[in-house]
Design a protein around this ligand. Structure first.
Ligand code: NAP
Length: 291
């Protein structure tokens, strides 16, 4: 049981975390801060937070648990803003979608006080953002990746793991590097493709007409293009190195298909489609994940 959650960033992820903690009876009081006072006020009106703080530092004052649920590009400035109130009794977690940049930002901002910071990435979320969409069950039955570094205290990693488990999440531990390489492949590249596909259609004179004819396959493929632009701008730039590696793999795969199609080499084309079809048929969401 935590006495006080200091929530910085009262949006979809932060708001859902606060609601989940409250529902599980794991926190007595939630003090929140968001960049716009209107967001913080809305969070209080919705019962997501109990008290509005006028700054990140004041949100953390008296907290034994701190959640950073801000865009990843705001991690360093946020940690610098709260640095003076960080103490060994605190657990600090985040939900940023990229981890190498978050850990680098924490190293720069926290220096000696890194032990209390446990970098986390819940594989949960939605296309819609904002506190209005906060959901106490967002983290239930979802994976949370924890990416400690040498300086992270093991006791804090254990405490963070227990906390996420108490919210119904499965915890997986890996390095920030492994995390960013994997999520470049299975999340960041697919988002980039979905954005490119929609832009390619939108830029064609007949694009609207084509879109009206699209069916469920197109709907499934393009769903993630409706994601939050500011969040994805930050994520794609933050993980640009690993995304670059995945782009090269994709370009090779696209060129191979393109060549076979252009040259009408049906048997070889079928073999490549077959390989993709088998890989997809054999892929399963991890056991227990919601459909
Ligand atoms: P969101 O709904 O837009 O919430 C972000 C909140 O952070 C907003 O309330 C915003 O305040 C506040 N904020 C922005 N800059 C700030 C700053 N410098 N100081 C204090 N507050 C600040 O976005 P979200 O979806 O919750 O995303 C938050 C984090 O979760 C991101 O790092 C993202 O990578 C990660 N994440 C998101 C998803 C997803 O599907 N959405 C999934 C996994 C991880 P204002 O309202 O005043 O602008």
């Amino acid at each position: 049981m935590f006495e006080q959650l200091g929530l910085i960033g009262c949006g979809l992820m932060g708001g859902s975390f606060a609601l989940a903690l409250k529902r599980a009876g794991l926190v007595r009081r939630v003090v929140g801060y968001s960049k716009s006072p209107s967001t913080t006020e809305r969070a209080r009106q919705l019962g997501v937070i109990d008290v509005e703080a006028p700054s990140a530092l004041l949100a953390v004052s008296g907290a034994d648990l701190v959640m950073l649920a801000v865009p990843v590009a705001a991690t360093e400035s946020t940690l610098k803003a709260i640095r003076h109130l960080i103490n060994p009794g605190m657990l600090i977690v985040d939900v940023g979608s990229t981890k190498r940049d978050v850990v680098d930002a924490a190293r720069r901002a926290l220096k000696q006080d890194m032990e209390m910071f446990v970098p986390c990435h819940p594989i949960a979320g939605r296309e819609v953002s904002g506190v209005e969409n906060a959901d106490p069950r967002l983290y239930h039955d979802r994976q949370v990746i924890i990416t400690p570094i040498e300086r992270t205290a093991q006791a804090k990693v254990d405490q963070a793991s227990q906390l996420w488990k108490a919210l119904g999440s499965d915890v997986v531990i890996m390095s920030p590097q492994e995390h960013d390489a994997a999520f470049a492949a299975v999340s960041h590249l697919p988002h980039m493709l979905a954005f490119a596909l929609m832009n390619s259609l939108a830029s064609q004179p007949e694009g609207d007409k084509y879109l009206k004819l699209a069916g469920p396959g197109f709907r499934d493929f393009s769903r993630i293009a409706a994601s939050d632009p500011k969040m994805w701008r930050d994520v794609l730039i933050a993980n640009r190195e690993e995304l670059g590696v995945q782009m090269q793999h994709l370009q090779r795969a696209l060129s191979a298909l393109d060549k076979l199609i252009a040259e009408g080499r049906a048997d070889e084309l079928e073999r490549l489609i077959n390989r993709a079809s088998h890989a997809r048929a054999n892929w399963r969401l991890r056991p227990g994940a919601p459909a």
